[in-house]
Design a protein around this ligand. Sequence first.
Ligand code: URA
Ligand code: SF4
Length: 209
Amino acid sequence: MSEERPGADSWIPEDPDLPALRAAAPACRGCELWEPATQVVFSVGADSARLMLVGEQPGDQEDRAGRPFVGPAGQLLARAVDEAGIARGDVYVTNAVKHFRFTRRGARRIHEKPGIAHIDACRPWLRAELAVVRPRLVVCLGATAARAVLGREARIGAERGQVLDETDPPALITAHPSSLLRTRDPADREAGFAALVADLRTAHGAAGS
Ligand code: URA
Ligand code: SF4
């Protein structure tokens, strides 16, 4: 870790509970992403949730609202969670990286994927969330989440939908809902949504919820 990007460790309170984590996150300067962002986007959900869903990073709308998954990808995800028969109260939703990374193009802010250095810098928050929520299973929504949770590269196509016990708690990789938003063909999109629902059902079953 460089001096400019020390990682989040020193902003994490000692022996925290969930409210303490949420209260501490706005002060984080673990990497440079805090500066152009509107605010930190932490999580939604209770520490009693049996499933933890991990996304990539907040998008434009999440950055403005201060809540994860409130934009189009979030609406798709909420539909998929419902269709999988999972109660909203049984999921804790967070992101691998807690600040929005973007480039400006005129008045628009264009999403830019977080780098491995940002994932690594922000991972202490995710680790702390895992420690306080202690979910039965973690769902990684896409490659960035998989990198953050598993600490390795993952191939979504080959590895999705399986309960992976290389971590404790076990993890399950699925596609990020925003990949569905980029799918133009309606039949492919429908199939992609069904696959997401199927993976969430598997996760739900494995979490014993
Ligand atoms: N995509 C993510 O990965 N996370 C969000 O919070 C919103 C969109
Ligand atoms: Fe801290 Fe993560 Fe935000 Fe970087 S992205 S400043 S590590 S909360």
